[in-house]
Design a protein around this ligand. Structure first.
Ligand SMILES: C[S@@+](CC[C@H](N)C(=O)[O-])C[C@H]1O[C@@H](n2cnc3c(N)ncnc32)[C@H](O)[C@@H]1O
Length: 320
């Protein structure tokens, strides 16, 4: 069975050598975290969300279950729901169960297989809902399907605290872009992880089963496969820590030896102990996030948190 057809912007495809060589050629080597999400990486991420140490998914699901009716009334009837980084669309179902006659659902993701599977499952579970999956790298601009119903309120949904993967300046640009896509009447429902005990953060990104380590190292396996690189994966160590100066968890891959890695016929030298920075995950206080959102043209209307104050889901409208 083919399933519903993906709107394919081609930007979600293979790792780009231009991105990789720019990152590995920088004084602080880095790789874009979107490269985590090939088919295997997406499966590993789904496993991470079920780990004891990984509190964000459980906390966000609790908030969604407790407040989805209130959220749905904020979004209003007949909205077009655009989900950025939709993954398994698990949290979306809680929202869809409450939304009044949604006009369409547009899941957007870079991970093709997971997007196809989730969109098919969702269309089967919500008969009558128009689903328009978009396979794209959403950092490269979005060209939405032309068949989207016109004249309906557009609301973006951006759960998972994926906004934390952008440095604040990029986050501002990205949120500004979403405001443009949603238009003057637009809304944004967004999951934002909150500042907390650094030990809890440390544990969340250093799980005992080593799934996060596998997720991080998989980026090298992907480059070996897609760009003909020759990373010796066992010569790199997953290393994640909370940096309170920047209020972010940093994930790195640290070279265990002096080595030269060839990618697409270009050599990159690694000192022993040198790192590739693969992901940032910024944590915000509600006030800090409101300031960031305001600088991107959004006004926070309501903030829901779990009873331990670990995570927040926030509803924003485009500032008038
Ligand atoms: C942290 S996961 C969150 C998944 C899900 N929304 C949740 O809340 O559990 C990030 C999701 O965004 C997708 N993603 C990451 N970077 C992306 C990009 N540049 N463009 C489109 N999707 C992206 C990943 O494939 C993944 O599904």
């Amino acid at each position: 069975m083919n399933g519903i057809s993906l709107h394919d912007l081609s930007s979600g495809q293979k790792a780009s050598f231009a991105d990789v060589s720019r990152g590995l050629g920088s004084p602080q080597k880095e790789l874009p975290c979107k490269l985590f999400y090939d088919e295997y990486g997406s499966q590993l991420f789904e496993q991470i969300t079920t780990l004891d140490e990984y509190y964000p998914t459980r906390a966000e699901l609790r908030i969604m279950r407790a407040a989805s009716a209130e959220m749905a009334s904020r979004l209003g009837p007949e909205c077009v729901l655009l989900e950025y980084g939709s993954g398994s669309s698990l949290k979306t179902r809680i929202l869809l169960d409450q939304l009044e006659r949604p006009a369409a659902y547009v899941p957007i993701d870079i991970s093709r297989e997971l997007l196809q599977q989730s969109a098919d499952e969702l269309a089967r579970a919500y008969r009558g809902l128009r689903v328009f999956p978009v396979w794209a790298d959403y950092t490269r601009g979005l060209d939405l399907p032309r068949e989207l119903p016109a004249g309906k309120r557009r609301v973006a949904y951006y759960p998972g605290s994926t906004i934390g993967n952008f440095v604040p300046d990029e986050a501002r640009r990205f949120l500004t872009g979403i405001a443009r896509v949603c238009g003057r009447d637009g809304g944004l429902l967004i999951g934002v992880d909150l500042k907390k005990d650094p030990l809890m953060l440390h544990r969340a990104y250093n799980d005992a089963l080593g799934i996060t380590a596998r997720f991080n190292l998989n980026i090298l396996t992907r480059l070996n496969r897609e760009l003909g690189a020759n990373f010796a994966v066992d010569q790199f160590r997953h290393y994640a820590f909370y940096n309170p100066v920047f209020a972010r968890v940093e994930m790195h891959l640290v070279s265990l030896s002096e080595q030269v890695v060839r990618v697409n016929d270009v050599d990159f030298h690694f000192d022993r102990g040198e790192s590739i920075w693969t992901e940032a995950s910024y944590k915000y206080s509600p006030t800090e996030f409101a300031t960031l959102a305001a600088s991107a043209g959004w006004h926070v209307q309501q903030v829901w948190t779990d009873d331990r104050g670990l995570f927040s889901v926030q509803f924003l409208t485009v500032a008038g």
